[in-house]
Write a protein that binds this ligand. Structure first.
Ligand code: NAD
Length: 263
């Protein structure tokens, strides 16, 4: 695998935290130059780019576009291509969660979640596909979820968006199959990231449990191996899918869920 990805340009949405950051680091370790999209609590993503560039000896561009805004997405891809070069690898990872029953799910939350978790994938993909086709090589990896394959109550927007992402992945794969491009979805179960960590105190309060009990009895209950996956595991799979060894894998939805969706 080493060398194959050297000097490829990888654009990763939601790369300032969790899984996206793990994938950014894994691709940078292979020699890819990285476009880091996302936000940070202090508003600054340039220092994170500096860290990645310094640690791995690659170029890194901060791209703070809001993935719920189609015009900002188009401008971000143009900015990535101006500062780094044509995008060879697109990782659609930005995502949010909101948990509520359908009949009290806030309409604006539904719209925001679908825009960030699903529609942005259309907007980034349509922007990079013509260039990938013209150059005869490309990799698109969509970070879906076990919730792209099965459902849980109270996560209607998230489950709809992730199922939609799995379907969109298949269409992208079919439309680009003869162009040297692959498109796949990674479907993680629970991965230990800030998105999961932040839910634990609230869940403990609403279930009347300790945080340890919530982890064991609520969060990891559907995951037969009873373990969180790590961001490094997801990063390693993304690198594999982007490598030449993954050239014939396209249109697939790959669970990384400790057996959750095998039930
Ligand atoms: P995280 O909260 O740690 O990171 C989310 C990233 O998305 C951050 O970089 C954030 O800045 C970015 N983001 C959010 N809204 C954005 C917006 N409007 N515009 C641009 N960027 C935005 O979460 P994570 O756990 O690393 O999740 C990353 C992806 O993996 C999500 O799509 C999530 O649904 C998916 N996923 C996570 C898990 C898990 O257990 N952590 C499991 C399955 C799937």
């Amino acid at each position: 695998m080493p060398q194959q990805l050297t000097d490829k340009i990888a654009l990763i949405t939601g790369a300032t935290s969790g899984i996206g950051l793990g994938i950014a680091r894994a691709l940078a370790a292979e020699g890819c130059h990285i476009g880091v999209n996302g936000s940070r609590p202090d508003g600054e993503i340039a220092p994170l780019c500096g860290e990645i560039a310094g640690e791995f000896g690659v170029r890194c561009a901060p791209l703070s576009a809001d993935m719920s805004d189609p015009q900002a997405v188009a401008a971000m891809v143009a900015e990535a291509e101006r500062t780094l070069g044509p995008v060879d690898i697109l990782i659609n990872n930005a995502g949010i969660q909101h948990v509520a029953p359908i009949d009290s799910f806030p309409v604006e939350k539904w719209d925001q979640l679908i825009a960030i978790n699903l529609s942005s994938v259309f907007h980034t993909s349509r922007a990079v596909l013509p260039g990938m086709k013209a150059r005869g090589w490309g990799r698109i990896v969509n970070i879906a979820s076990a919730h792209g394959l099965v459902a849980s109550p109270f996560k209607s927007a998230y489950v709809a968006a992730k199922h939609g992402m799995v379907g969109f992945t298949k269409v992208t794969a079919l439309e680009s199959a003869t162009d040297g491009i692959t498109c796949n979805a990674i479907c993680p179960g629970y991965v230990w990231t800030p998105l999961v960590e932040k839910q634990i105190p609230d869940q403990a309060k609403s279930h009347g449990m300790s945080e340890e009990e919530v982890i064991e009895q609520v969060i990891l209950a559907p995951q037969p191996n009873r373990k969180f996956a790590s961001v490094a595991e997801i990063g390693a799979l993304a690198v594999f899918l982007c490598s030449e060894a993954g050239a014939s894998i396209t249109g697939a939805s790959l669970p990384v869920d400790g057996g959750w969706t095998a039930r």
